[in-house]
Design a protein around this ligand. Structure first.
Ligand code: ZN
Length: 203
């Protein structure tokens, strides 16, 4: 059984503003619904269900530039520019705020063109089962994407076609009405027709 917050509850659902650089939450972030007993075949109590509805706050901090970029059709990576670092010049995708070698703050770099020109499937896995709140169609085709000149691998979902090792893939972005989460970027095989992308997504 699925509980949904009532209209009245939803009107009070928590929102967050930033005031003087600090989060200022208002409204309700936790909704509680009555328990239901779980009974065995003889009608004896075996437990309870415990419905809870929470609004999470995900703080992006220094990674916000990455999530904001997706909705604009941009893939923003980060690079260590510390001349004294053995990893100087390394480009990271997934985005890393600080260099893992020297801990100095990285520089934001746009790798959209690089991703469109030369990204390939390093590895992949196809899964029929998903976690709670999954929004991707099943089976999900997870691809580990390798970029030219980037020292890390990015996991994403191939939303058209079937994955194969070393196949060329191209990112698509939810530029229409972005959700500011990782599914704002999905992957399709190179040269996939632009008129067959999921709704709201563009090259
Ligand atoms: Zn470094």
């Amino acid at each position: 059984m699925e509980h949904k917050a009532s209209k009245e509850e939803d009107d009070k659902r928590g929102t967050v503003k930033v005031v003087n650089g600090r989060y200022k939450p208002s409204g309700i972030f936790h909704f509680i619904s009555p328990n239901s007993p779980i009974k065995d075949e003889e009608g004896k109590l075996a437990g309870v269900t415990n419905p809870r509805d929470m609004t999470y706050i995900h703080s992006y901090g220094g990674e916000a530039v990455f999530f904001e970029g997706l909705g604009k059709g941009k893939l923003m990576a980060s690079r260590c520019d510390n001349a004294d670092c053995p990893g100087n010049g390394s480009i990271y995708m997934p985005f890393r705020i600080h260099c893992p070698d020297c801990l100095v703050k990285t520089t934001v770099v746009d790798i959209t063109d690089r991703a469109k020109a030369k990204a390939i499937v390093h590895s992949f896995m196809v899964t029929e089962r998903t976690g709670a709140f999954n929004t991707l169609p099943t089976p999900i085709k997870f691809v580990n994407v390798e970029f030219d000149g980037v020292c890390t691998i990015l996991m994403g979902a191939l939303i058209r076609g079937d994955p194969a090792l070393d196949m060329r893939v191209v990112p698509i972005f939810k530029t229409g009405n972005p959700d500011y989460i990782i599914t704002d970027m999905l992957w399709v095989p190179a040269d996939w027709p632009a008129d067959d992308l999921p709704e709201g997504y563009t090259y």
